[in-house]
Design a protein around this ligand. Sequence first.
Ligand code: MN
Length: 462
Amino acid sequence: MFEASTYIERRRQLRDRIGSGVILFVGNDLTPMNYADNPYPFWQDRSFLYYWGLDEPGLAGLLDADSGEAILFGHDPTIDEVVWTGPQPSLASKAERIGASGSAPIEEISGRIRALNAAGQKIHQLPLYRAASRIAVAGWLGIPVGEIDTTISRPFVEAVVDQRIIKTAEEIDETEQAMAITRAMHLEGMRVARPGVAEWEVAGAVEGMALRHGGRLSFPIICSKHGETLHNHHYPNILSAGDIVVLDTGGVAPSGYAGDITRTLPIGGRFDERQSVIYELVLEAEIRSIEAVRPGVRYLDVHLAACRILADGLTDLGIMKGDPDEAVAAGAHALFMPHGLGHMMGLDMHDGEGLDENYVGYGTELERSSQFGLASLRLGRSLQPGFVLTVEPGLYFIPALIDRWQADGVHESFIDYDVLDSWRDFGGVRIEDDVVVTADGNRVLGEPIPRSLEDVEALLSE
Ligand SMILES: [Mn+2]
């Protein structure tokens, strides 16, 4: 948590931008897993956390853009809650901690909103992605739940995205904290992943390391020898020498800032010849992409350049054919890299995407493509100093997709399906790091995590 001045300044900037009306922030509540007293781990709404700082359930905020009044709504702990969950500060002291001008019981928010509405004040509201929040806010506003999306304020959405995507120095410091946790998680994964060990043991060790460093996971761990399944959250396999494992994981710092790193691990300590070639190709795409990250460059172009590097390499291997530039323009490479090169990162692992994924990633300058592969590029816009983003090329051999494309004759002029046939059981390779865009280039966040083929092999064979 930052000093109160940070939250005061964030709300002031937002208020200046919105100009007038009342700005409503809805914190998250605990969500029952199977009954009320057994909830999912609490996860605060990131825009609430950004402007109001408090990482706990049952809160909402009203910011009056005209007067500047900032009221925190919640409740004081009941004696039952103190018995079960321990002593809690009062609501008033929480409000003071974040520089709010006052506090009030959550039961009063509906009356307050309706009175402001009746007085002609506009209520600015963000998209609500949880059913419980949608139902609660519809009740506060006195409208049917089905109409809740009609109350979303476009100026509010754009103001929040524009503010959140530029990271300040103290946010970068917190992200560095997340990177330190993430690095410890990866080093532990590299220590544990050995022939005869199960994927669930690696995943368990990695998650344990997040907890041991005071953090938690920013998303469910991807730890699989079937790296060709892009987001594989199952860990049922025993590892054998010769397998390659995609480990894509990140920690969250206590402040809520996230990390997101991927390494590909040769089980037994050696990549075979084919694995080495693909690994080096993905690594080259990653290194050259990171070199290209600087203000003013469109991430769409960095993505396309990475795809051309990959297509060049696949053409050298005989898997692809024809002109690699034309192949990428046609989207043929997406058989092997169906996802985008990266995404924004911050308080959310995909920062701000709950607000408007396309506005976060493309702003108003670009239209997101609908082409297979390119459609999955979450970030395309021109880069600015203060952006924190991931760079994560990969190459995958997805049997079901290969079969479908081959049966349909997709991109036959760019893909040699006969050569590809001997690669179909290869699996996948992804390599991912996180960078902050600086005034004249970028900086890779965190202490280095072994990444070169030689370094990864050396660690995995110890
Ligand atoms: Mn990522």
